[in-house]
Design a protein around this ligand. Structure first.
Ligand code: ARG
Length: 468
């Protein structure tokens, strides 16, 4: 409390803005417009922002030392109450900002009422969301790093493990299992780069824009930006309070990442099916059936796949929310929070569980090799072999296609056809053909950067580790 000044009476019962109104809002309107039930999650960021704002007001001579001290002690107390679960949250105070300001004023009197000088909830909320999202981005970047580490850990011992590579989900060519995993490393690596880039646009300070046009007080925005760790201030006040493109960008990032995770999940689900049998998931990531005793279901992978839907939905929600909004702030923007919070929560858990699940997979190289063996996966190698002996590629393709047809009829692999049988399709075939028809030979031959040769996969893993 400021001892030198008497307490001013509070505005007419209820709202901090109610002086202009002749009657309170109806109960339904109160509930409809309030956001405190969900935006209280921003409380700690709101307090950080308020402290930086108050210190700046003092530094430029708008707020005296006693008021600043009262605000600092008051906000510390508010924070304590919030953390301790004793803070008196109330729908009467609409949102997190008004709840905190009201409580501060209850605690310290007039100093609390001076805090809002040169500021509006419009630039306040935009600042809070950016602080929140920046912290979330940093946490998610760390989780993304761990997910990539998990991919490397599983890929490394499997550079030489052969599995069928697919196109159209039909066996195409043999690939290294490590190479397959490293494809996901690349996807997640781009996801990390995208988030780091998005963070730059999140990390700008809106405060100082006030309601929309700036303020007549001699504020120091750079100082507030520095104290809050922003890279700089938003250049235009109208833009600062109204656009949520940084949040949309974040949700777009999240949608893409979930799509990558869903693709991997789908593969795990397929691979776990006994028809594939390529991997088994640790029991702690599977559940049973209440009726079929034999079942072991990959529920976690299915949920990872399924949660992509809600994340895509949140992106759509924010895009639709922003579309056609005139400058500057509109209450529509209050609707940005729940999709954003759920996106952060879902991604946080999903990334964590993805890395754990990955580290718990049991790989079955024999089943992978057998599936590659049965799918004529080395047919392209045979065609390439004939090309190296001088046959034009199209003719080689045709010759091998006929050889495959014969093998299918006989129910055997290409490598099981005799030399005489193979020579029926091309006289260029010699004894050395069998080396080409092995899975290992096929793999080793793709020995260039980006190729699946185990040597290349090992190099890719080394480079990837250095990138992390
Ligand atoms: N609860 C509001 C939101 O989330 C805060 C800003 C409200 N500003 C206003 N002028 N009504 O967007």
């Amino acid at each position: 409390m400021d001892p030198k000044q008497p307490d001013f009476p509070s505005p007419a019962a209820g709202k901090l803005w109610s002086g202009r109104f002749s009657e309170p809002v109806s109960e339904w309107v109160k509930r409809y417009t309030a956001s405190v039930d969900f935006d209280r999650r921003l409380a700690e960021f709101d307090i950080q922002g308020s402290l930086a704002h108050a210190r700046m007001l003092h530094a430029v001579g708008i707020l005296n030392a006693a008021d600043l001290a009262a605000i600092e002690t008051g906000l510390a107390r508010v924070l304590e109450e919030i953390r301790g679960g004793t803070f008196p949250w109330s729908l009467d105070w609409e949102d997190v900002h008004l709840n905190i300001e009201q409580r501060l004023t209850d605690l310290v009197g007039n100093a609390g009422k001076r805090l809002h000088t040169g500021r509006s909830r419009n630039d306040q909320v935009a600042t809070d969301i950016r602080l929140y999202l920046r912290a979330a981005a940093d946490e998610l970047l760390a989780l993304l790093k761990d997910a990539r580490l998990a991919l490397l850990e599983v890929a490394e011992p499997h550079a030489d493990t052969v599995m069928p590579g697919y196109t159209h989900l039909q066996v195409a060519q043999p690939v290294s299992f490590g190479h397959h995993l490293m494809a996901y490393f690349e996807m997640l690596d781009r996801d990390a780069a995208r988030l780091a880039d998005c963070r730059k646009r999140i990390n700008r300070l809106p405060l100082g824009a006030a309601a929309l046009a700036g303020t007549g007080f001699p504020i120091d925005r750079e100082r507030v930006a520095r104290e809050l760790g922003f890279d700089g201030v938003c250049e235009n006040s109208l833009d600062a309070v109204s656009d949520r493109d940084f949040a949309i960008e974040f949700c777009a990032w999240a949608a893409l990442l979930m799509i990558h995770l869903s693709r991997f999940s789908e593969e795990l689900i397929l691979w776990m099916n006994p028809r594939f049998g390529f991997v088994d998931l640790a029991d702690r990531f599977c559940t049973g059936s209440s009726i079929m005793p034999q079942k072991k279901n990959p529920d976690v992978a299915e949920l990872l796949r399924g949660k992509t839907g809600r994340i895509n939905g949140h992106l759509m929600a924010l895009l639709t929310l922003m579309k056609g909004q005139p400058l500057a702030y509109n209450k529509d923007n209050q609707e940005d929070k729940e999709p954003l919070f759920d996106t952060v929560d879902t991604l946080t858990v999903s990334l964590r569980i993805f890395a754990d699940m990955l580290r718990g997979i049991i790989v079955r190289p024999a089943a992978m090799a057998q599936a590659a063996q049965e799918g004529y996966a080395t047919a392209t190698d045979l065609a390439d072999y004939l090309v190296k002996k001088g046959l034009p590629f199209r003719d080689a393709h045709e010759a091998v296609a006929r050889a495959v047809r014969r093998a299918v009829e006989q129910g055997c692999d290409l490598s099981a056809l005799s030399l005489a049988a193979l020579r029926e399709f091309s006289p260029l075939v010699g004894e050395d053909v069998y080396a080409v028809l092995t899975l290992e030979g096929s793999l080793a031959s793709r020995n260039h950067i980006g190729g699946t040769a185990p040597e290349q996969v090992r190099k890719a893993i080394t480079r990837a580790r250095a990138r992390l």
